[in-house]
Design a protein around this ligand. Structure first.
Ligand code: NAI
Length: 323
């Protein structure tokens, strides 16, 4: 197996100063990428700022003979997003890879969630990804090449109590990635959403209050963490991310999960479903009576656009018209 390398590729990693982003930066640089280590340098709750987070990673890369620059702009403003991409262009002259990874947590019960908790989380995760990725996309379109990773979360795809703000933002990133993938394909631009997992400083922001939601905390108590704890490290996510942003990867429009070094595709599907006899509009009672067919996941479709959903639907309606 020849080694995946990033010679002559320029990568922007937001939130590259700690945790997962730090490891992406170091491994990308080891494999030849020129890296923009972007980090605002605040706490796990997104408070304060400092240059040291990005500077330390750049120093580590340079000490190992790699090429990197630091960027301290916040992704959460339009000006910050532009400045991060401008810094990549000024230092390295192109942008091939954007890993949208910056973020923090401000958890709360749904009914107690404040505007500040909502706006700050949507701002850093969701709007931040727009602000960095739009200027980068324009450059990638000119280059006819680009790779995006948008960092989503199992909290969005599967659910986590006390994270309505975070899950909504992370779900939005999955949607953003899907559409960037559709529009980018003809320009050589690929985009995938990542659901990473690792013990990081964000674990310290999870607090215990949410365990009041006993249907979820009961499952938590059942998990044998002793088996997976050694694998719940940032480094376990890096191989998947590096593959996704490599030239060799042809996958786009996907959602991929890394959990304890288990790498998997996560997908959204529609069941075969139920169409009333004769291919007509069903009554609520008919839907109730056929609920098992609506729910039956034995057969399903995974449409890759709004219009692709119509293809199996037309077949189902045609079949029902015969009945
Ligand atoms: P981390 O806290 O170690 O790293 C996040 C970095 O983002 C920090 O260095 C922080 O300073 C930076 N950052 C925060 N706001 C910023 C801003 N406005 N502009 C630029 N940089 C900013 O956290 P971790 O665990 O490495 O998380 C990385 C990403 O992965 C986050 O988006 C997180 O939501 C996501 N994630 C993490 C999971 C985990 O299990 N650790 C699970 C699912 C998703």
């Amino acid at each position: 197996m020849s080694k995946i390398n990033f010679d002559n590729r320029v990568a922007i990693v937001t939130g590259g100063g700690n945790g997962l982003g730090r490891d992406y930066c170091i491994e990308l640089a080891k494999r030849g990428a020129q890296v923009v280590v972007n980090d605002l340098g605040g706490t796990g709750a997104g408070l304060g700022q400092s240059k040291s987070a990005a500077d330390n990673v750049v120093a580590e890369i340079k000490a190992a003979g790699g090429r990197a620059i630091a960027s301290y702009d916040s992704v959460a403003t339009r000006a910050g997003g532009n400045a991060i991409v401008d810094a990549a262009m000024a230092a390295f002259g192109r942008v091939d890879i954007v890993i949208n990874n910056a973020g923090f947590l401000r958890n709360s019960r749904f009914e107690d969630l404040t505007d500040e908790q909502l706006d700050s989380i949507l701002g850093v995760h969701l709007k931040g990804a727009f602000y960095v990725s739009q200027p980068a996309y324009r450059i990638m379109k000119e280059q006819k090449y680009g790779r995006f990773v948008f960092t989503s979360s199992a909290s969005a795809m599967f659910g986590h109590p006390w994270q309505t703000n975070y899950a909504a933002a992370k779900g939005g990133l999955m949607a953003l990635s899907n559409v960037v993938a559709l529009e980018g394909l003809r320009h050589g631009i690929q985009s995938n959403a990542l659901m990473p997992t690792a013990n990081s400083r964000l674990s310290g922001e999870m607090h215990d209050g949410w365990t009041e939601v006993t249907n979820v905390s009961k499952i938590l108590a059942e998990v044998d963490f002793a088996t997976v704890n050694p694998l719940l490290v940032p480094e376990a996510n890096t191989p998947l991310v590096l593959y996704l942003v490599s030239e060799r990867c042809k996958a786009t429009h996907g959602i991929y999960s890394c959990n304890s070094a288990r790498y998997a595709r996560v997908f959204i599907g529609a069941t075969e479903g139920y169409v009333a006899n004769g291919g007509r509009i069903a009554t609520p009672e008919e839907i109730e009576a056929n609920w098992s067919a609506v729910e039956d996941r034995a057969r399903y479709h995974t449409p890759q656009s709004v219009y692709e959903e119509f293809l199996p639907v037309v077949q189902s309606v045609k079949r029902a018209k015969q009945t």
